[in-house]
Structure formats: structure tokens, C-alpha cells
Design a protein around this ligand. Structure first.
Ligand SMILES: C[S@@+](CC[C@H](N)C(=O)[O-])C[C@H]1O[C@@H](n2cnc3c(N)ncnc32)[C@H](O)[C@@H]1O
Length: 238
């Protein structure tokens, strides 16, 4: 099996080609629903918008959840016993995802909350609050084998950082800052371990893994994002 590589293909297809019990840690951020602004009665003023779910190419919520269950089932197969997995998740879907991870065999551990100190401005003024929180579900294959925390504070299920800014920012709209990837990858894996991200996007998981001397495998459907990820990975000097 080739490691330290990004496969430009659907993860569902790619995961099926991985041998079982080869992955030490999963850190991933699947495509999830997006709020889509809709004009109300033709009014263009952004104060008068409502929102609805947009399932990023999936025909329905059911289709979306079924797809994720298939992916997570493959994730369970490839994980070593004791592996941890972290899955970013929109607040509306936390309870669905918890059930799915348990159904495919993982043990749900905790929801981790990320507070973005500079969220996208609340253009839906007077309709909803700004989306300043994101959640990540932590689950494991059996009892977790690695806990490299250095202080009690690192064990809080809360992290506060700005969203991606400055030089770190790529054109990927949902890029996660390295500051919310590094601590969890460091706590739940060791140097030389193999980290999997089935939905790699701009490559944040692989970049963090390489910075921490871990190996990685990533899948990403979009060729342009693969290119961005490879460029970021190659720019890290270790
Ligand atoms: C939420 S983004 C991940 C962002 C990433 N965490 C980052 O920091 O850049 C989800 C990514 O999954 C990709 N994707 C969607 N369906 C996929 C599939 N079936 N297989 C692999 N990647 C997929 C999308 O193109 C998108 O880049």
C-alpha cells in the first residue's frame, strides 16, 4: 500500500482498495449541508433572506446519510483496534452522525466544540446568529490506544481559534485551520503512524500529519483541491 499520497478519486471507491486494519487515526471533514441564502419575495436586501439546506450534490438527506454510513463502515474496516477518529459535523447532524458511527461498530466518545473568533459575518441579520461554532465528533474502534495530552486543559472538549487567514488561506471554502487539526492529531497518534482523511479538501490533515512526522493517505474528488493540497504538503520544510 502506497502511503503519503493523495488519491484523486471518491473515497468510497478508494477506501475499498485499502487493506483492513492499517490506519492509526482518522481525521476528516466530510461535505455537509450548506445554508443557501434565498431571496424572499424578490427582495435582494440581505436582511430579508431565509435559508435552506443544500446537500452538495446529494439528492436528499437520506442519500447523504447513507453515503456517509458506507464511508464510515469502510473506515471501521481499515482502522486498527484502538484507533481514534475525528469527524467534523454541522450542528444539525451531530445526533445522526453519533448513531451512524455506533451502528458501523465505533464507540462514540465526545463532541468537541470549535469556537471561531472571527466567523463569517452574520449576513442573515435579524434572522439567525452567526455560525461561530463547529463541532467534531470523536469516536474510537474499541478502547483508545493513544493519548498524548500534555496538560489537563488540552483535554477540554472546546477549542477557540480564528478561521483560516493570511498565508494559510487557500481558495477552498471550508478549509480548516491547522490550529484545529494539530492538537487532535498529536494527542491521538504517534510519530510514524498512518493518518487517513477520506475528504481531504485543501490538505489540512495531511499538512498537519507531515508537520507532526506522521504518515498520511488522503482522498479528494476535486482535482484542483488535490493540486492545492500537494502544493501545501511540498512547501513544508522538515
Ligand atoms: C468539508 S471539505 C474538507 C475541507 C478540508 N478539511 C480542508 O481543510 O481543506 C470536504 C471535501 O470533500 C470532497 N469530497 C466530496 N465528496 C467526496 C468523495 N466522495 N470522495 C472524496 N472527496 C470528496 C469535497 O470536494 C471537499 O473538498
Amino acid at each position: 500500500m502506497e502511503i503519503n499520497i493523495i488519491h484523486n478519486q471518491s473515497c468510497l471507491e478508494g477506501l475499498r482498495n485499502l487493506p483492513e486494519i492499517c490506519i492509526d487515526l482518522i481525521f476528516t471533514d466530510p461535505p455537509y449541508y450548506q445554508y443557501r441564502a434565498q431571496d424572499v419575495k424578490g427582495l435582494k436586501n440581505h436582511k430579508d433572506v431565509i435559508t435552506e439546506f443544500d446537500f452538495d450534490g446529494f439528492k436528499s438527506e437520506e442519500e447523504y446519510l447513507q453515503f456517509l454510513e458506507q464511508v464510515l463502515s469502510e473506515c471501521y474496516r481499515v482502522c486498527k483496534p484502538g484507533a481514534s477518529a475525528y469527524l467534523w459535523c454541522g450542528d444539525d447532524f451531530v445526533s445522526y452522525f453519533n448513531r451512524i458511527v455506533e451502528r458501523v461498530g465505533f464507540q462514540f466518545r465526545k463532541v468537541i466544540h470549535w469556537h471561531k473568533t472571527n466567523p463569517f459575518p452574520a449576513i442573515y441579520t435579524r434572522k439567525m446568529y452567526a455560525n461561530s461554532m463547529e463541532m467534531m465528533i470523536h469516536f474510537t474502534k474499541g478502547s483508545p490506544k493513544t493519548w498524548n495530552h500534555k496538560s489537563v486543559n488540552e483535554m477540554h472538549n472546546f477549542i477557540q481559534t480564528p478561521i483560516c487567514m493570511g498565508k494559510e488561506r487557500t481558495k477552498h471554502k471550508t478549509q480548516k485551520p491547522l490550529k484545529v487539526c494539530l492538537p487532535y492529531i498529536e494527542i491521538s497518534s504517534n510519530e510514524g503512524d498512518l493518518v487517513l482523511d477520506p475528504f481531504l479538501g485543501s490538505g489540512s490533515t495531511a499538512v498537519a500529519a507531515k508537520m507532526l512526522k506522521r504518515n498520511y493517505i488522503g482522498f479528494e474528488l476535486n482535482a484542483e483541491f488535490c493540486e492545492i493540497a500537494n502544493k501545501r504538503i511540498n512547501e513544508i520544510l522538515i
